[in-house]
Design a protein around this ligand. Structure first.
Ligand SMILES: NC(=O)C1=CN([C@@H]2O[C@H](COP(=O)(O)OP(=O)(O)OC[C@H]3O[C@@H](n4cnc5c(N)ncnc54)[C@H](OP(=O)(O)O)[C@@H]3O)[C@@H](O)[C@H]2O)C=CC1
Ligand SMILES: O=C(O)[C@@H]1CCC=N1
Length: 261
């Protein structure tokens, strides 16, 4: 099975790096097509067995799967120039472009082709993405294949198209929000006297612990908060101060702003 990824930037490059460490494709069957040579060289440097090429679209003629990972406003031109009318029956086209709909893909690529919108996050590089997927004209076998690919790169779920935008905000933009929380906590830790590296290690392990507890106990976050907040203790004082400063509200407002694009 051969896969061609058009666009070797943050997302296309991350997908290629993640895929090259899975067993699903041989590295030589993964082609990354980038516009300029600098990123092509970066990808080739990561794994010399990957096929990283600059402006050479010939692999699209034989790819079983094409992943489109260029900026959203470039998708239409790319499809029309390189995919319309070619191999419509068997080839699966997956766009990871945020905000591009299945209807748009179908208009540009043609009616009889299996099409997907899939939105991963950058943790796909380390096989820890949360990827939401929605498809059109796809068979059950094709759905299984696409879920299998993204499932090997983290967690993957098929959703109705109407949920793809909110899911993108929560999990794809969301990884940036998580990084910003980590940075804020680290800065606080440093102000309290911890060295930055210790602060980062501490925050990361604390988050790992929080995730493990929620998953192991099947609990709601607030139940776990209750187990930490001693009455009159120091945790509730910190939490209330954060809420006075608008913590929950800031997160919700940020999510809504992202979602409204
Ligand atoms: N970054 C993220 O976290 C996420 C991004 N996405 C989606 O992924 C897509 C790509 O985003 P991102 O990776 O961040 O953007 P980048 O700018 O990092 O990457 C886009 C890449 O596409 C290349 N490119 C542009 N036009 C062509 C072309 N015609 N042929 C081949 N390569 C081309 C660019 O090459 P060059 O640099 O040489 O110009 C660049 O390397 C977007 O549609 C975005 O919505 C989805 C989920 C998460
Ligand atoms: O910010 C963006 O538009 C892209 C899509 C989701 C994550 N990054």
């Amino acid at each position: 099975m051969k896969i061609s990824i058009v666009g070797g930037g943050n997302m296309g490059g991350a997908i290629a790096r993640g895929l090259s460490t899975c067993d699903l494709f041989r590295p030589q069957d993964i082609t990354v097509i980038n516009r300029r040579a600098s990123k092509t060289a970066e990808i080739q440097g990561f794994n010399p067995e990957l096929q990283a090429v600059t402006g050479d679209y010939s692999s699209l003629a034989t790819a079983d799967i094409v992943v489109i990972a260029v900026k959203p406003w470039m998708v239409e031109a790319l499809i029309k120039e390189h995919l319309t009318g070619k191999r419509p029956d068997r080839q699966i086209v997956i766009s990871v472009a945020a905000g591009i709909s299945l209807e748009q893909l179908q208009t540009w690529a043609g009616k009889d082709r299996a099409l997907y919108c899939a939105i991963p996050n950058t943790a796909i590089e380390v096989k820890q993405s949360m990827t939401f997927i929605t498809g059109l004209n796809a068979t059950e076998d094709q759905n299984r294949l696409v879920l299998n690919i993204f499932g090997a790169l983290g967690k993957a779920e098929l959703v109705e198209e109407r949920l793809l935008g909110p899911a993108t905000t929560l999990c794809s933009c969301g990884i940036a929000f998580a990084f910003r929380y980590i940075r804020a906590a680290m800065e606080g830790g440093v102000e309290l006297g911890l060295y930055p590296q210790k602060a980062q290690e501490g925050v990361l392990q604390t988050l790992r612990g929080a995730i493990a507890l929620l998953e192991s106990n099947g609990s709601h976050p607030e139940q776990e908060v209750d187990r930490v907040t001693t009455a009159g203790g120091i945790t509730i004082k910190g939490l209330n101060e954060m809420e006075h400063a608008g913590f929950t509200s800031a997160v919700i407002r940020g999510l809504k702003a992202s979602n409204n694009g």
